[in-house]
Design a protein around this ligand. Structure first.
Ligand code: PLP
Length: 812
């Protein structure tokens, strides 16, 4: 497409939508109009990808996830269509920047953090590899809450992202399916002698899909993200005439995390899980039937992936459809289900594994419960002679009045993977060891990855330009080609160009900080970044403790030499997570204290940016010098912000946790600051029960000064919160070993300071981080899922270079 063509299309689009001329369009109107043009540009390819898949009967994967976190889509879609620079030019001539226009798009924030973002990076990679892989989830009316700070406290505001419509989605009314909840079910023989479920009472709601195209990177391959929304069933409008009954229905897909502190909220969450699972599987079966193939050969054409346990009901739901509706024998249905399903575990902490009370499942999903009971019964019966009964009791699905979702997911899947080497090893050795004994061959590892296109090409244009000029642009398709940069590790002009790109990004972030926080920060300071959900195990508090130590030292000894630092936080706390919110409050008050201390000047600044989300991550990451990945070893399954920051040249301060270990292995100890307990040491403390936080406190005066600051009035305005934090560390013996790791952490930070002041060395370390980050591409991760787990192939497996393959032979 030429610039002139795009301009004409945009003019027409503005006219059709708003009946105004292009010069009068606001950035918001230009966004809507440009998005329409983008949609026209990919419509043919989207249709043809689907037609081709059906015609070829190619196997497809379906990624079921209760969260997706794509962020904004205008620029990534333009990039995929190779229209980014053209669009920039056209808008520039109109006197607006593409960024200004793109900024008006609402983030699609249908997820909390890493898990949802991973699902979206996978969508990007699947399409970019021309692999047939689709997403299946929920179209929440409200995304993850908008975070504001009021008096330093987190306040949650609704994220009404659909208010002005969502241009990218297509409502597929004709593909709606019914979803049944509640009532009673019993089995009765029909005329043919088959046992059939008879439903009494309950209610049936309608699931309507909204499809969004997932564009491959410049390869004309488009997959579909299908998100389900609840609606009143047709012909039943009268039943839902009252406000209350309609409200109850609409609540189902209203919010991402229904308040789980009460029974109603928890029931809604369970209903959400069944809702998108049942809708997704019904639509997959309808598609499969179009192929006219035997039902028991489904696994040759369909792979279903369960992203964490929230979609684990996929297993009994597919069983229900095969046995109840398709009249397949149980054994045959089970064999089919097992071959279709695969599951990714994302948690190590046993207490975080999902469970549902038997009574709630019976009440809300009575047929699901019967099927789960039968799966459980057969699991035990089949293994009784093979394994001791205490092992089976620990692994069965239903026990202690609870349905254990991970057990269900494992028993019903042919593949179970963790998301980093350490995590997968811990699953086998500890968390899921019992299952590993039963099903050793099912366990495997797939280390997480990220989409380099979004996290570098789009987010960091200055660095992209340097890379393209230095090593060419093959890394756009093959991120592992970033390793070519290693050839330039001693090239002064390349090192300087990379440093200059970083400087530009830091100036841009400094401007953002000034505009949003009214705080001036010095772009020549070290930008030290910790961005992730706020959670005790991620140890934002350890970061804060180091800041306090620096602060006290700077005050006691104003001549002390260290390079000025700006500590940047971005984090949301779950609304009901009291302790995490207290940490936010304490960070904010500490920031206020330090930022306004005239003795400190620009030596230390602390910035907590509001409302961390994908778009904010895209601003912060390119400007980061230091990446904080300091979770307690053994607690972070993988982490992905560690990869994004590395890719943008930040140097990592890390514990040996999750994928940090693989990052260290990739870049070598000289290019990362490792500190702290190892996973073995943590487990040894657990086994020997001999950790005493107090003894660390007692014997270290620096630590005392820092920990006391939470309760001795040093930090104004934090009485309750400070006490809570102090108690967690001292009275409740510091569950996440902050006091134990404090000294080692401060030491690692000191090494960072020394390295940064050696400018040449720092530039090289930064380059080596970028050069090695290609290993952590989601393309590779997804390729491994495709080969080892899903057995799916690129659409143009027979064409040599799928990137240049054209679907549209006869395009005029
Ligand atoms: C990448 C990402 C995360 C995950 O961060 P971790 O540090 O790996 O927990 C969370 N939220 C957003 C918005 C992200 O982009």
């Amino acid at each position: 497409m030429t610039k002139e063509k795009l301009r004409t299309l945009l003019e027409n689009s503005v006219n059709e939508l708003y009946a105004i001329s292009i010069e009068d369009a606001s950035p918001q109107e230009l966004f809507q109009a440009l998005a329409q043009v983008v949609k026209y540009a990919y419509a043919d390819d989207w249709r043809q990808t689907r037609q081709h898949l059906l015609a070829e009967q190619q196997k497809q994967a379906y990624y079921f996830s209760i969260e997706f976190l794509p962020g904004k889509m205008l620029k990534s879609n333009l990039l995929s269509l190779d229209l980014l620079t053209i669009a920039e030019d056209v808008l520039h001539e109109l006197g607006v920047s593409l960024d200004e226009v793109a900024e008006t798009e609402k983030d699609m924030a249908l997820g909390n953090g890493g898990l949802g973002r991973l699902a979206s990076c996978f969508m990007d990679s699947l399409a970019s590899l021309a692999l047939p892989g689709n997403g299946n989830g929920i179209r929440y009316k409200y995304g993850l809450f908008k975070q504001k700070f009021i008096d330093g406290h987190q306040v949650e505001l609704p994220d009404d992202w659909l208010r002005s419509g969502n241009v990218w989605e297509v409502r597929k009314e004709s593909k709606a399916v019914p979803i049944h909840f509640g009532g009673n079910v019993y089995l009765q023989e029909n005329e043919a002698g088959k046992l059939k479920p008879v439903y009494e009472g309950g209610f049936t709601w309608r699931a309507v899909p909204y499809d969004t195209a997932m564009l491959g990177y410049q390869n004309q391959h488009l997959n579909t993200l299908r998100l389900w929304s609840v609606e009143v069933p047709s012909k039943e409008e009268a039943k839902y005439a009252t406000l209350e009954s309609r409200q109850a229905l609409e609540n189902l897909t209203a919010v991402l995390y229904p308040d789980d502190s009460n029974e109603t909220g928890r029931r809604t969450r369970l209903m959400q899980e069944y809702f998108f699972v049942s809708a997704g599987i019904q639509s997959i079966l309808r598609y499969y039937k179009k192929m006219n193939r035997p039902m028991d050969q489904m696994s040759e054409k369909i792979a279903i992936h369960i992203n964490d346990t929230h979609p684990a009901l996929c297993i009994p739901e597919l069983m229900r459809l095969l046995v109840d509706e398709e009249e397949m024998a149980w054994e045959q249905a089970w064999a089919t289900t097992l071959k279709v399903m695969s599951y990714t575990n994302h948690t190590i902490m046993a207490e975080a594994l999902e469970k549902w009370p038997v009574n709630m499942i019976k009440e809300v999903l009575p047929r699901m419960y019967q099927i789960i009971e039968e799966i459980d019964r057969r699991f035990i019966a089949g293994l009784e002679k093979v394994h001791p009964c205490d092992l089976l009791n620990r692994t069965r699905i239903i026990s202690d009045g609870q349905v254990h979702m991970a057990n269900l997911a494992i028993i019903g899947s042919h593949s179970i993977n963790g998301v980093a080497k350490l995590h997968s090893d811990l699953l086998k050795a500890v968390v899921l060891h019992d299952f590993y004994v039963i099903y050793p061959a099912r366990f495997n590892n797939k280390t997480n990855g990220i989409a380099q296109r979004r996290w570098l090409q789009l987010a960091n244009r200055p660095l992209t330009k340097v890379l393209d000029d230095t090593i060419g642009d093959s890394w756009h398709h093959e991120p592992e080609d970033l390793s070519l940069l290693k050839n330039y590790q001693d090239d002064a002009s390349v090192l300087e160009a990379i440093a200059y790109a970083k400087k530009q990004n830091k100036v841009a972030l400094a401007d953002y900080i000034e505009a949003h926080c009214g705080l001036k920060v010095d772009p020549t300071a070290i930008f030290d970044v910790q961005i992730k959900r706020l959670h005790a195990y991620k140890r934002q508090l350890l970061n804060l403790m180091h800041i306090l130590k620096l602060y006290f030292e700077a005050k006691a000894n104003p001549e002390a030499e260290f390079h000025p630092r700006v500590f940047i936080f971005g984090a949301k706390a779950a609304p009901s997570y009291h302790y995490a919110k207290s940490i936010i409050k304490v960070i904010n008050e500490t920031a206020a204290m330090i930022n306004h201390d005239p003795q400190i000047k620009d030596k230390i600044k602390v910035v907590f940016l509001e409302n961390y989300n994908v778009s904010l991550a895209e601003r912060i990451i390119p400007a980061a010098d230091v990446s904080e990945q300091i979770s307690l070893a053994s607690k972070e399954a993988s982490g992905t912000s560690n990869m994004k920051l590395m890719l943008n040249g930040a140097v990592t301060v890390a514990t040996l946790d999750g994928a940090n270990i693989e990052i260290r292995d990739a870049i070598g100890d000289e290019n990362i600051a490792i500190f702290g307990l190892t996973e073995e040491e943590v487990y040894r403390y657990y086994a020997e029960k001999n950790y005493s936080a107090y003894s660390y406190y007692e014997n270290d005066t620096t630590l005392q000064r820092v920990v006391n600051a939470f309760v001795d009035g040093t930090i104004p305005g934090i009485e309750m919160e400070g006490k809570e934090i102090f108690d967690s560390l001292i009275k409740y013996n510091d569950e996440y070993f902050l006091l134990r790791d404090f000294e080692a952490y401060c030491d690692a930070q000191n090494r960072i300071d020394i390295a940064y002041r050696d400018t040449q060395r720092w530039k090289k370390v930064s380059l080596m981080n970028i050069a090695n980050a290609g290993k952590f591409t989601a393309d590779k991760t997804v390729q491994q899922y495709a080969e080892d787990i899903w057995q799916i192939e690129p659409l143009f497996a027979h064409v040599k270079d799928p990137h240049t393959a054209s679907l549209t032979e006869n395009k005029s």
